[in-house]
Design a protein around this ligand. Structure first.
Ligand SMILES: Cc1cc2nc3c(=O)[nH]c(=O)nc-3n(C[C@H](O)[C@H](O)[C@H](O)COP(=O)(O)OP(=O)(O)OC[C@H]3O[C@@H](n4cnc5c(N)ncnc54)[C@H](O)[C@@H]3O)c2cc1C
Length: 374
């Protein structure tokens, strides 16, 4: 066991909450600060693949998580007219009694993780961030935005793609970059045929339907937006309908039901990758703060969750804090780099409308890699 007794987690998103739960399970005291005073997340969903289901089991939240989710097995890939191309069978990595994959609303996931973190003993403060810190031989002294001060053995920056903690560590070296694409999302009542992840792909676009609950699914679609426009609220539904104009099948049938501007969730894709160890001294980055990528492989949150579990394992694995963090990096760097680079590559091939882009091969390669032990 290393000498880590008290950790500060900065950011109460998926990565920060999983880190808090994993550290508490190891008996480490955890304070978590979240900058938002109302701890809300936007109301669409997220795909969680078999490696995430496995990590949720290791985190000890699997039953509760599955209760809040829609479990499914296969990934179906279709052409843009809805004709099936391939069905990729799911891998039951958490055990034969558990499903392979999950779709879950972000609100439901947040509820499961935040309740679990608090029940496990995490001290959460909302509307608070880190103003400054001093890292010396005696430990880490952190001054918060409310003027209070705390002493810690380690600070974990889980504060997302625009991480303040990353700027404190690396200055302006790593600035998020817009890739040229954006994602459109919209919730619908679940269609009976969407009992699996359905991905519609071709040189003219990329869309999908993801089951989230018995009565809920969401549609996503990527679009090329080279000028990174900001759309007025009152044109969102019409613009989403325009952007998916080339997609047929069920996506095309649902298109006319995209009418409520307030239900359209539009997000430009922004990426950043810290191409050197994600720690200095007693400060470490995890999740999007270290490796935010595009959603093309549906693994951004998956990598944040894996970071959390591996961090807790290494902190109780013995040696100095620097040795623990170095072991963490050895287990995380190449895996996250692969996901990051290949997600971005998929988007670039889409934007180039490359007819030779082997999306099916890439999906299979990603599933093989993420099924491997970390
Ligand atoms: C369109 C889209 C679709 C996606 N779909 C999927 C998917 O299907 N599957 C998947 O696995 N991943 C997906 N992702 C990626 C996934 O959402 C992210 O990788 C994941 O949310 C990262 O979690 P995080 O905790 O690192 O960061 P975040 O979720 O961004 O959380 C950061 C938290 O830190 C807080 N914070 C920010 N600054 C501060 C500060 N200074 N002090 C304190 N708190 C702060 C924020 O308020 C937030 O609560 C998608 C991403 C996008 C953009």
């Amino acid at each position: 066991m290393s000498d880590i007794k008290k950790v500060l987690v900065v950011g109460g998103g998926i990565g920060g909450l999983c880190a808090a739960v994993a550290l508490r399970r190891c008996g480490i005291a955890v304070d978590l600060v979240e900058i938002k005073s109302e701890w809300t997340v936007y109301g669409v969903g997220i795909i969680q693949q078999s490696n995430v289901v496995r990590e949720m089991a290791r985190l000890g939240v699997l039953d509760r998580y599955l209760d809040a989710a829609y479990a499914f097995e296969d990934v179906g890939i279709y052409d843009l007219q809805g004709n099936p191309l391939v069905r990729i069978p799911g891998q039951r990595l958490a055990g034969p009694q558990y499903p392979a994959n999950v779709g879950i609303s972000r609100l439901a996931l947040h509820q499961v993780l935040s309740e679990t973190a608090i029940e496990a003993g995490t001290a959460v403060r909302l509307g608070t961030t880190v103003d400054s810190y001093r890292d010396d031989a005696t430990g880490l002294s952190v001054t918060f935005s409310d003027g209070s001060v705390g002493q810690y053995d380690l600070m974990v920056g889980a504060d997302g793609v625009y991480s303040k903690i990353r700027s404190m560590l690396f200055g302006e070296t790593y600035i998020p970059r817009f890739t040229g694409q954006a994602v459109w999302r919209y919730n619908f009542p679940r269609h009976p045929s969407i009992d699996h992840l359905a991905s519609f792909t071709g040189p003219g676009g990329n869309a999908g339907l993801v089951p989230l609950a018995d009565n809920l699914m969401y549609m996503f679609s990527t679009s090329h937006e080279p000028e990174n426009p900001r759309f007025a609220h009152d044109v969102l539904a019409q613009t989403m309908r325009d952007r998916i104009g080339q997609v047929g099948g069920l996506v095309g049938e649902l298109r006319e039901q995209i009418t409520d501007n307030s239900l359209v969730v539009y997000k430009p894709m922004e990426v950043v990758f810290v191409n050197e160890p994600w720690f200095k001294g007693r400060v470490l980055l995890v999740g999007d703060a270290a490796h935010a990528t595009t959603p093309h492989l549906g693994q951004g949150a998956g990598m944040a969750i894996e970071d959390a579990l591996v961090l807790a394992e290494e902190l109780v694995g013995g040696g100095s804090i620097q040795e623990c963090l170095q072991r963490f990096m050895t287990r995380r760097f190449e895996r996250c780099k692969y996901i990051s680079e290949n997600s971005i590559m998929a988007g670039e091939r889409e934007m180039a409308r490359d007819p030779d882009f082997d999306r099916i091969g890439l999906t299979k390669a990603m599933l093989k890699l993420t099924a491997e032990p970390i």
